[in-house]
Write a protein that binds this ligand. Structure first.
Ligand code: PXL
Length: 274
């Protein structure tokens, strides 16, 4: 393949040394969906399935340099953001998104790891709302993140819909409030595009190995946008992809094991194993 026809996606996110979340999950997802993946790393986390033991934040100017390097040469059909760590990095990323006129931006407003460890400084929440939401084509908060962003409880379907409308009013074109943290038999996500509310449903799967779920989901949306789908089509297919990745999640490590975006790639390996 040459040039323009190769779909390319960039993740601007943190590194998870355990390989289950962050840029590692994103790049695996891009690969599984046939999209060329690139990364601008915002922070290093020393992390496993149990906990985050250390965080090393990258200077904002170096995050910007990574984005410039890849966008000015390789180009990006879609960009996603994950862990952004602090307000300085958020401002640098927003500046680059504006400067490079990134249109297909997926913002995953990452705040805490599955282990409960913080991934965004609390004083950076306002910067996320002010700087990045207005640039987002799609934003994908889970329930605790939605509550922080709209500053009120988000528990049931009605409150999810209200939060989606509020986040749309704050500037995000399409809002997906994810129902994974609900205590229901289904994992139902509420999607609002400024006109209609759509609900994307999947069965709740009986596993505790869901480390990396949000990263994999938002990366899959970015991949499908890079492949040319509209936001609703990208979200629908990403929902199916994350459900499969959770179904094939891996019971490794002593804590919450990772989702498996590579699950569908395994038949290729199996074909080569003697
Ligand atoms: O799932 C959120 C997330 C994002 N980015 C990094 C992470 C995690 C969760 O552990 O480690 C780097």
């Amino acid at each position: 393949m040459t040039g323009e026809r190769i779909p390319r996606a960039l993740t601007v996110a943190g590194s998870d040394s355990g390989g289950g979340a962050g840029i590692q999950a994103d790049l695996k997802t891009f690969l599984a969906l046939g999209v060329y993946g690139m990364s601008a790393i915002t922070a290093l986390t020393a992390q496993n399935t149990r906990q985050v033991t250390a965080v090393h934040e990258v200077p904002p100017a170096f995050v910007a340099a990574q984005i410039d390097a890849v966008v000015e040469d390789l180009g990006a059909d879609a960009v996603k953001t994950g862990m952004l760590a602090n307000a300085g990095i958020i401002e640098a990323v927003a500046d680059r998104v504006r400067r490079h006129r990134v249109r297909r931006l997926v913002v995953d407003p990452v705040m805490v790891a599955k282990s409960g460890d913080p991934l965004l400084r609390p004083d950076a929440r306002d910067a996320l709302v002010r700087e990045l939401l207005p640039l987002a084509l799609v934003v994908t908060p889970n329930l605790p993140e939605a509550e922080v962003l709209v500053k009120r409880p988000v528990r049931d379907r009605r409150e999810m819909e209200e939060a989606a409308r509020a986040l749309h009013d704050l500037g995000a074109a399409v809002v997906v409030v994810k129902g994974g943290h609900q205590d229901t038999d289904e994992a139902a996500d509420v999607c609002y595009d400024g006109r209609t509310v759509q609900v994307f449903r999947a069965p709740r799967l009986p596993t505790r190995n869901t480390h990396g779920t949000g990263c994999t989901f938002s990366a899959a949306i970015a991949a499908w946008l890079a492949l040319g789908l509209d936001p609703a089509g990208a979200v629908a297919r990403a929902k199916a992809f994350i459900t499969d990745a959770i179904r094939q999640s891996l019971a490794i490590g002593g804590g919450r094991g990772p989702t498996n975006p590579g699950g569908l790639v395994r038949p290729v390996r199996d074909a080569w194993v003697p």
